[in-house]
Design a protein around this ligand. Structure first.
Ligand SMILES: C[S@@+](CC[C@H](N)C(=O)[O-])C[C@H]1O[C@@H](n2cnc3c(N)ncnc32)[C@H](O)[C@@H]1O
Length: 285
């Protein structure tokens, strides 16, 4: 596993973070009650009885463990889990990490804003917010989230959904907020591929693999927002368990605009839109 090159315009921090087997085993032991209560959790998601049965593999537990470590958010952080489908992660993060969680998926029916889930430990309950519709067009205000997570989801966003999802995330995350894509299906040997078949996972007929150049061209270059990248490599994933496939994750961090860049951006817009280069437009304050 070697360092991937995203080019000069998008420098990345490259973090080689082998999976700590002992720590993961302990996480898994504590996480197991969520898997056991899976049917109970699913039964409370309106409409989910129509979906195919799904037994979360050990790989999902690995992803949720790595997400907690990569984001390291404090209790109270506001996080939207994009394309949650039947994931147990939002319930775990709300109950165990104290994050305020929103589950989002286009499969969800028009749901009440919030559902109370009984604690797996049997003491009280935790509210989880629900959101239906296309994650590329979220019905929430700018700069309102600390994080967004995509577990086994980003690769299923069809058409230009990959570009639109990241642009939308850069709108709704606060400056400093983080978008985590895990696993991140990237490499520089297979090249860029888009594949269609009957079904990859619930509701998904489509999947995509990137090489770094295509990821930059399709997703990062069109962004109108300063960002930082954190690329994580999990070099021992297959040694820990041959069924694991999470080799990489990517965190895109929204940076605030430098005042000079903000003025330059305004100038660029003013000069490119007919009728706005005549002095009528004013720079933002
Ligand atoms: C493999 S499932 C996600 C699994 C889940 N995150 C987990 O950890 O178990 C992929 C999901 O992506 C959702 N999806 C695909 N495109 C979407 C979009 N544009 N907006 C919202 N959800 C989308 C599908 O509805 C499907 O539920």
């Amino acid at each position: 596993m070697h360092k991937l090159d995203f080019g000069a315009a998008f420098p990345a921090r490259h973090l080689f973070t082998p999976i700590d087997e002992e720590e993961f085993a302990e996480f898994e032991r504590l996480f197991r009650p969520y898997v056991e209560q899976r049917a109970d959790i699913y039964a409370r998601i309106p409409g989910s009885s129509n979906w195919p049965e799904f037994e979360p593999p050990r790989e999902k537990i690995l992803e949720y463990y790595l997400t907690g470590k990569a984001l390291g958010l404090p209790s109270g952080a506001r996080c939207l889990d994009v394309a949650s489908c039947l994931s147990i992660f939002p319930n775990y993060a709300a109950e165990q990490l104290g994050w305020t969680m929103v589950r989002q998926d286009m499969l969800y029916e028009d749901l009440p804003g919030e559902i109370e889930f009984p604690s797996v430990a049997g003491n009280g309950s935790t509210p989880i917010h629900f959101m239906a519709g296309d994650a590329c067009s979220l019905p929430i205000e700018d700069n309102c989230l600390d994080a967004m997570t995509l577990h086994c989801s980003f690769e299923h966003f069809e058409g230009d959904g990959d570009r639109r999802l990241v642009a939308e995330a850069m709108r709704v995350l606060r400056p400093g907020g983080k978008l985590l894509i895990i696993p991140f299906y990237i490499g520089d040997s297979g090249g860029f591929q888009e594949l269609v078949r009957e079904e990859f996972a619930a509701g998904c007929q489509f999947t995509r693999y990137y090489d770094p150049a295509h990821f930059v061209m399709r997703v990062l270059a069109p962004l109108d927002q300063p960002i930082e990248l954190e690329m994580r490599y999990y070099p021992n994933f297959a040694e820990v368990d041959p069924s694991f496939y999470c080799g990489y994750s990517l965190t895109i961090i929204k940076r605030p605009f430098h005042p000079v860049d903000r003025a330059a951006r305004w100038l660029k817009q003013a000069l490119s839109i007919p009728g706005t280069g005549d002095g009528a437009a004013r720079p933002p304050g």
